[in-house]
Design a protein around this ligand. Structure first.
Ligand SMILES: Nc1nc2c(c(=O)[nH]1)N[C@H]1C(S)=C(S)[C@@H](COP(=O)(O)O)O[C@H]1N2
Ligand SMILES: [Mo]
Length: 406
């Protein structure tokens, strides 16, 4: 007689964690059975997202925030965009989760349990800005294929974990190391187990930065499933695609990592400006590294009506990839003149910075408030669109909100 394949105890307890209650007769469930509570199809309930979030795609799940939702200094889970390339892993057995470090440039391949990672290495906490390389894609013309992100594919949460550099030192890296590449537990939409939805990475210089973490905690709690539970690579300031979710293997490569979505037009832009719609040769493309300077007005919400007597206090965040934002300005005359905003220092390197200003309007009528950040190298956001590129990356145009003064 064949033995029935019951759910393992560890899996059961992680299912219970996800549901938020003990599954009383869980021992009777078959191995691949997903409890109804986790078959939820309402993404807002499923991922505990704010009702104002916008679903761009459900296969895979891609959900974006709106500017006004990102008003918190540290983004809570409910307002964080979700970007998935494949299927979120199911039935995660957190007690048996391991991370393997391998690759051509590893001294000795090594596997760690989650418990070992947590106990063996010092833990650090940083606020880290993660912006999807395709944030702002919807504005490009001719349109670029992919999720039509407007402005909401960015967040700055507080991540706690161990430094990737401490782990790499423990493993031992050969001096021919060039790049690290991550591998994860999410599965390809086709269901083909030999295909990875995404496997990107970063040069050793980025991998070895103090702020590059292997995180297990977000905003003081276990990382939510959709954002990479139980282990995530977090590399702030670079396209968020570098921050692999559900990471179970990191390869130390002796060449630029050649995983899925490292080649062609994926997360790559032309080395030199091209005409909109132009075909670009592969050798004329480069991998996106540090993200460009950008900002977002998170209060008030676009479309607000205000009384002329009360000056408007605007606020928001600004970030500049690896750099700091050194100047923040606003304009109420479509960019003809600019006024200074107050800009705070970041909580730590690679965290977004908060700005504010008090705006006076000369008379009743329709206005737009535009915001423009300048990075520490003196580069400012373009007022409208930056250079077109085949996949619509890096749109860091000034954010604009409409205001009616009565
Ligand atoms: N394993 C895995 N990691 C991933 C992805 C993915 O699909 N699978 N998407 C990447 C991309 S393109 C982005 S923009 C960010 C999104 O992170 P978030 O969903 O936590 O906001 O995760 C990155 N890490
Ligand atoms: Mo992304």
């Amino acid at each position: 007689m064949k033995r029935r394949n019951f759910v393992k105890k560890a899996t059961l307890s992680s299912l219970a964690t996800l549901i938020g209650a003990e599954i009383v007769f869980g021992n009777n469930m078959l191995k691949d059975y997903t409890p109804l509570a986790l078959q939820e199809t309402d993404p807002f309930k499923l991922f505990k997202k704010n009702k104002e979030m916008v679903v761009l795609n459900d296969k895979p799940w891609n959900i974006e925030a709106k500017a006004n939702l990102l008003d918190d200094k540290i983004t809570p889970n409910s307002k964080m965009f979700i970007r998935n390339n494949g299927r979120i892993p199911e039935n995660i057995d957190v007690n048996n989760w391991t991370l393997t470090i391998d690759g051509e440039a590893v001294k000795n391949k090594k596997t760690y349990s989650l418990a070992e990672l947590k106990s063996k290495f010092k833990q650090y906490t940083y606020q880290l800005t993660l912006e999807c390389g395709g944030n702002g894609r919807s504005e490009f013309n001719p349109p670029a294929k992919g999720n039509q992100w407007t402005v909401g594919a960015v967040h700055c949460a507080e991540w706690t974990g161990i430094r990737l550099k401490d782990l790499l030192e423990d493993v031992g890296v050969k001096n021919n190391a060039v790049y690290i590449g991550y591998h994860s537990a999410d599965t390809h939409l086709s269901g083909d187990p030999s295909k990875e939805p995404i496997s990107r990475g970063a040069p050793m210089s980025k991998a070895l930065q103090d702020e590059t973490l292997l995180a297990f905690t977000m905003n003081g709690k276990d990382i939510p499933l959709a954002h990479g539970y139980p282990l995530r690579l977090v590399a702030g300031g670079w396209p968020a695609s570098v921050s692999g979710k559900w990471v179970n293997r990191i390869s130390i490569r002796n060449k630029i990592h050649d995983g899925t979505k490292m080649m062609g037009t994926a997360y790559r832009v032309p080395k030199n400006p091209v005409a909109p719609g132009e075909k670009v040769k592969d050798e004329d493309m480069k991998i996106i590294e540090s993200m460009p300077v950008k900002s977002l007005i998170t209060y008030p919400k676009t479309g607000a009506t205000i009384k002329k007597e009360t000056p408007l206090k605007i606020r928001g965040h600004a970030w500049a990839g690896e750099l700091e934002v050194s100047k923040m300005e606003y304009s109420i005359d479509f960019g003809a003149t600019w006024n200074k905003c107050l800009i705070e220092k970041p909580a730590n390197r690679l965290a977004w910075q908060h700005f504010s200003a008090t705006v006076n309007f000369p008379k009743n009528g329709y206005y737009e408030v535009w915001a423009r950040a300048t990075d520490s190298k003196g580069i400012s956001q373009p007022m409208l669109l930056p250079g077109w590129n085949p996949k619509g990356y890096l749109n860091n145009a000034c954010h604009r909100i409409a205001i009616k003064v009565i």
